[in-house]
Design a protein around this ligand. Sequence first.
Ligand SMILES: [Ca+2]
Ligand SMILES: [Ca+2]
Length: 193
Amino acid sequence: MKTLTYGAATTAAAVTMCLVISCAGMGAARMNANETAAIASLKVYLTAQSIFHRNDHDQDNVLEYAADLDELCYGKAGGAPLQLIDAQLANADDDGAQGAAPVAKYGYLFHDLKGYVKDGENVDFGINETGSPGYVGDCGLLAYPAVYGKTGRKAFVIGADGTVYEKDAAGMKPFDYLPDCQDPASGWVIAGY
Ligand SMILES: [Ca+2]
Ligand SMILES: [Ca+2]
């Protein structure tokens, strides 16, 4: 009987330990999967922006990028939907889509960038002066974990050149200007290397 109790207690302890280890492992695996999905979403975004840029949707004879992530799905207010990205990605726009609060996609939220950092200065992508909101120069998007350390650890950025850069998102707040990722001092490195 004593042996049985000891055995049962040992088994229970072992099971508990396995659960703790596998939960931690699952959490890390989930975050890795979310991070991979976030990179894929940034690439989807850029493909959609390239298509948007090629087609003068508002027919103002200016080729611009969409200023807002969710526009790539829903189009402009009152206009036809574009469906260049899926609604799940559009709804993860951190300033909301269609008047609704943002909903993270695979644990990530997305923030439209409006310019880039050059020589320490913020440079706007260049607004379409003909009246439709949009960027004539470049475009960019930031992906960051909805809950740091739980849904992901890394932030990712993409600019019009299509390179995705990553950086640990600890303490990071969403920002509007694409960092100078080619500067090693920025702490950003090419994602996936
Ligand atoms: Ca246009
Ligand atoms: Ca937005």
